[in-house]
Design a protein around this ligand. Structure first.
Ligand SMILES: [Zn+2]
Length: 343
């Protein structure tokens, strides 16, 4: 058993990294990108362990001194870089009185790395830097970082982890070997929910489908009252479709308190509309996500054409993708809902 066996999914990416490691072809810089909560960081840390593991055939073993030190974040050659806010959220640093933690990765943090790269590894064979949410480096920091990427030392590997590779400078991206991490299958997520949250089969499947391939989202969903939230959203949505303008504005207002909230709401809405479409097309009820609301789905689906439902799903997706460039979730939701009323 190696630590890789504990990672859910992403076997192809792990194999690719392992082939490079065993073949002596480890890249100086990697870009692990893909949606949040699919295992990018876990794979990055396991790979850092594998590069320095004392076990020949079982790396990363998770048990040797090197693996232990990396796990405890005390290995001198392996660094985890993240914003202060992130480090604080994980309990890796103490809050400082009167100082607001930075949501960005600071230049000073990157400065420390250049020292690391100047020396040979102290303990292990490889110096490894894992940058969590690398998109939190601003352009200035990225330019500094570029220097490190341009002058790699033979025994160092940098792994940039991000859900938003588009926020990185093309010059940074082009110097990294990119590795895409896709969403996990509903089966894997459902298994995870059953084991970690002791859910029964039906609930696990509903929540897994809602999590859309992300363990992080599945975790959050399992802890919250997502089914109740969905019911509230669907009720508000029905009002907004059939009622007057005030209902539209109220719904947009309610779900636009933050970008994440708006995004979550759109995810739920997309899944709901997809179920309506499936129902309309006569797809087996077993394939619906909202299993627990089958009758309601059938009722609503009867009122709309499949063409209209398809157009809705398209526009929900477009709105959600636009959140990263659109500064105002409330306006985006309003115009989405107004559009849905007319076609
Ligand atoms: Zn080990």
């Amino acid at each position: 058993m190696s630590l890789y066996d504990d990672i859910i999914g992403q076997k192809r990416q792990i194999e690719q990294l392992e082939r490079a490691r065993r073949g002596g072809r480890v890249a100086h810089a990697y870009l692990f990108f893909g949606p949040a909560g699919v295992g990018k960081e876990r794979v990055a840390l396991a790979f850092a362990k594998a590069l320095n593991c004392e076990s020949e055939e079982n790396a990363p073993c998770g048990e040797c001194q090197s693996c232990e030190k990396i796990k405890k974040r005390v290995h001198p050659d392996v660094r985890l870089v993240a914003s202060e806010q992130e480090l604080l959220d994980r309990g890796l640093i103490e809050p400082e009185k009167g100082v607001r933690p930075s949501a960005q990765i600071k230049n000073a943090q990157l400065q420390e790395l250049s020292d690391l790269f100047r020396h040979r590894p102290y303990l292990g064979r490889w110096k490894v830097v894992v940058v969590i949410d690398a998109d939190l480096m601003n352009a200035n920091s990225q330019n500094r970082f570029l220097k490190t990427l341009e002058e790699p030392s033979a025994d160092s590997a940098i792994i940039l982890v991000t859900a938003h590779p588009e926020a990185l400078l093309p010059t940074v991206r082009s110097r990294c070997q990119a590795l895409a991490f896709g969403p996990l299958s509903t089966d894997l997520v459902s298994e995870f929910l059953k084991q970690e949250h002791a859910l029964d089969e039906e609930r696990a499947r509903v929540l897994a489908a809602m999590a859309q391939g992300s363990l992080q989202r599945a975790d959050a969903i399992a802890k919250g009252d997502v089914l109740e939230e969905r019911d509230g959203l669907v009720a508000g949505f029905s009002r907004a479709l059939g009622g007057d303008l005030a209902d539209v504005l109220a719904l947009a207002e309610e779900y636009s308190k933050g970008r994440d909230q708006a995004q979550d709401a759109l995810n739920l809405l997309e899944i709901w509309c997809r179920d309506l479409l499936f129902c309309k097309l006569g797809v087996s009820a077993k394939l619906l996500v909202n299993q627990d609301r089958r009758e309601m789905v059938a009722d609503q689906a009867a009122g709309f054409s499949s063409r209209r439902l398809l157009a809705w799903i398209e526009s929900i997706r477009r709105t959600r993708d636009g959140f990263w460039v659109n500064a105002n979730p409330k306006m985006a939701l309003e115009s989405l809902l107004l559009g849905m009323r007319t076609y």
